[in-house]
Design a protein around this ligand. Structure first.
Ligand SMILES: [Zn+2]
Length: 272
């Protein structure tokens, strides 16, 4: 009896010790470890000639990204889109023809979004995130409450705009943005910019050194308890949580301006 009691006590102590150990991220595990800093790197304007290079680099780092794709390129590069999906990256909508959506009619916005979504679905069988459809990254940062309402999907802008298409410097990307990125950021990069492809490996290494885990936009928002709804514009999931915008509320005008000022760019640049 005494032996059984001793065994029970030892078992309970062992169990307690196991439970008190902080959870760690295992290599190959996609679920972020508790307390880990998260960032969502996004790649616009593909799929194109650098897609496989980017996918190889992400794979080496066990990192996930989000690719906002153009409909006409999805139709011409279906294998790369399938690879993105197969390797656990998120696929988003960057419209069919890359227009300034604020200058489009509601019907034209819907057509741009629909054509691209259909192209992605045809190639991958995917239909987007939950029942909200594919997230939309508006070209040129051309968005408004009207655009978001007409598109009727979550609109994803960013908290960090690297302006990589303008600076075209792998060094700037790694040394400046590698340090500036914060927990909860959504970062705009371009799949089509050669310096980004060249700098990505070092950027990921730097972010790993800073204890970041690279996740999809969907995963970042989910981990931070944010469920995007159609017609919402989202910037990121930084702790200050003033990065979320609700359409058509009116009262948030000042806060919206503040959020826009929080978007990090160096120096502020118009984006592609
Ligand atoms: Zn673009």
């Amino acid at each position: 009896m005494k032996t059984r009691l001793r065994c029970l006590i030892i078992s309970l102590l062992t169990l307690g010790l196991m439970l008190s150990v902080t959870p760690v991220a295992f290599a190959g595990s996609d679920a972020p470890a508790a307390g880990r800093k998260l960032v969502a790197l996004t790649f616009d304007d593909g799929p194109g000639e650098y897609a496989d290079d980017i996918l190889d680099t992400l794979q080496r780092h066990n990192a996930k990204g989000t690719f906002f794709l153009l409909g006409h390129k999805v139709r011409t590069n279906p294998d790369q889109v399938r690879r993105m999906a197969a390797e656990g990256h998120q696929i988003g909508n960057h419209t069919e023809s890359h227009p300034h959506l604020t200058e489009c009619s509601d019907a034209a916005i819907q057509q741009e979004v629909k054509e691209t979504a259909q192209a992605i679905t045809k190639v991958t069988g995917l239909t987007g995130t939950g029942d909200t459809g594919f997230y939309l990254r508006p070209p040129f940062g051309s968005y408004s409450d009207r655009v978001a309402a007409a598109a009727h999907v979550p609109v994803i802008w960013c908290t960090v705009d690297t302006g990589d298409w303008k600076y075209r410097s792998a060094r700037h990307l790694v040394h400046y943005f590698g340090e500036q990125i914060q927990d909860g950021d959504i970062v705009i990069l371009h799949e089509t910019v050669e310096s980004t492809v060249r700098g990505l490996d070092a950027l990921l290494t730097k972010l790993e050194e800073r204890d970041f885990q690279m996740v999809t936009v969907e995963e970042l928002l989910k981990q931070r308890g944010i469920t995007p709804k159609p017609g919402e514009i989202l910037f990121g999931a930084r702790e200050e949580s003033c990065v979320r915008q609700f359409p058509n509320t009116g009262v948030l005008g000042g806060a919206t301006l503040l959020r826009r000022l929080l978007v990090l760019g160096f120096p502020p640049a118009k984006v592609q």
